[in-house]
Design a protein around this ligand. Structure first.
Ligand SMILES: N=c1c2ncn([C@@H]3O[C@H](COP(=O)(O)OP(=O)(O)OP(=O)(O)O)[C@@H](O)[C@H]3O)c2ncn1[C@@H]1O[C@H](COP(=O)(O)O)[C@@H](O)[C@H]1O
Length: 106
């Protein structure tokens, strides 16, 4: 079983020690524009999958998107701990939705 953090570490290791024939290495070699294009493509595929019936396609495309976002974070030098810290800051925070009537009125 591979969790998100383990996958991040594997991708970071690929950047540190490139492995010939690896898709991750291919993305790093192509560079940031290619990685961003893939994140865009995979995001669109998630949206389309979410509109279609059944979960399989949505699960598959979401996994693709997560992987490519992790590649992007490694490429940009953002650590997984930074993401965890940001999520932790939000934990247990009350939603300010009720205080913002403009959202309900959209
Ligand atoms: N989670 C993934 C993962 N998700 C998607 N992909 C690849 O992402 C690509 C997306 O498919 P597309 O059809 O959109 O892209 P493509 O036509 O293959 O290529 P391009 O469009 O990028 O030119 C596929 O080639 C998938 O294999 C992934 N490749 C690798 N991983 C993980 O990363 C680990 C390291 O991978 P390697 O570096 O390749 O060994 C693997 O063990 C996996 O756990």
């Amino acid at each position: 079983m591979q969790n998100m953090e383990e996958l991040y570490q594997l991708i970071a290791a690929r950047k540190q020690t490139p492995k010939k024939g690896s898709y991750t290495d291919y993305l790093f070699t192509e560079g940031i524009d290619k990685i961003l294009k893939k994140v865009g493509e995979e995001s669109t595929e998630v949206i389309v999958a979410a509109k279609n019936p059944g979960d399989d396609e949505l699960v598959y495309e979401t996994a693709d998107l997560f992987y490519h976002v992790l590649v992007l974070l490694v490429e940009r030098g953002v650590s997984f701990d930074q993401i965890k810290a940001e999520l932790a800051k939000r934990e247990g925070k009350m939603s300010s939705f009720k205080d913002r009537p403009e959202i309900k009125n959209l």
